[in-house]
Design a protein around this ligand. Structure first.
Ligand code: MG
Length: 212
């Protein structure tokens, strides 16, 4: 699908690693904290497996793919969600998207209390028409459809912007939404069969297209 920029009536924008640099300013200290907590429990095998796979995919997916038991995963997530977020920073190009004159909804997946703390810390609430937090175990695609129906829009009128191929990009694409992948330095892109309609290295590129 080609993105018809002048038809876009709504943006659905991801938070972590799209608008803010969660990988460098939050994830690393967060994983180190969880590792310490797992070792305190005597679960060194989990801590080792987790470390070996740092950065290859998200936290939850990593724990699941390591074959760690469900109750240990739940414990790890509880620790993860306690993390100090004071160092979390917006990317320099975030305002190019947030300041556009197009209705924008922030849609982020994670533990709601943690995501809320991040949004408050970044001070970005005012830039969005709505903020949707999908639970850690939830699915963004279902929320995309709820929003689309509520707004009475066609899929082609909504632009999905995010960094995760296997998540918002794949789910948006399957539902027929135009999707833009944002590639961030040091943050690996997982390759899957589906391709984004466009891949950019800065949100400025998207903003430039949308301003025309
Ligand atoms: Mg993300």
């Amino acid at each position: 699908m080609t993105v018809v920029w002048n038809k876009v009536k709504l943006l659905l924008v991801d938070l972590d690693n799209t608008l803010c640099d969660s990988f460098h300013t939050l994830s690393k200290p967060q994983w180190t904290f969880v590792e310490k907590k797992l070792r305190e429990k005597g679960w060194d095998d989990c801590a080792d497996k987790m470390n070996e796979n740092f950065g290859s995919q998200g936290f939850l997916k990593t724990l699941k793919s390591c074959g760690i038991e469900e109750y240990k995963i739940r414990y790890a997530i509880r620790q993860y969600d306690k993390a100090d977020i004071s160092k979390l920073e917006l990317f320099h190009d975030a305002h190019h998207i947030m300041d556009l004159d197009i209705p924008t909804i922030l849609i982020t997946r994670g533990e709601p209390s943690l995501q809320k703390r991040k949004i408050k810390h970044l001070g970005i609430k005012k830039h969005f028409e709505e903020i949707v937090i999908v639970d850690t175990f939830g699915n963004k695609g279902e929320e995309f459809e709820k929003i689309r129906k509520k707004k009475g829009l066609k899929a082609s009128e909504i632009l999905v912007i995010g960094d995760r191929m296997e998540e918002e990009i794949a789910q948006g694409k399957r539902l027929g939404y135009p999707v833009v992948l944002v590639r961030r330095p040091g943050w690996p892109v997982k390759h899957i069969k589906l391709k984004p309609d466009i891949s950019v290295r800065t949100l400025k590129t998207i903003a430039r297209h949308l301003k025309r």
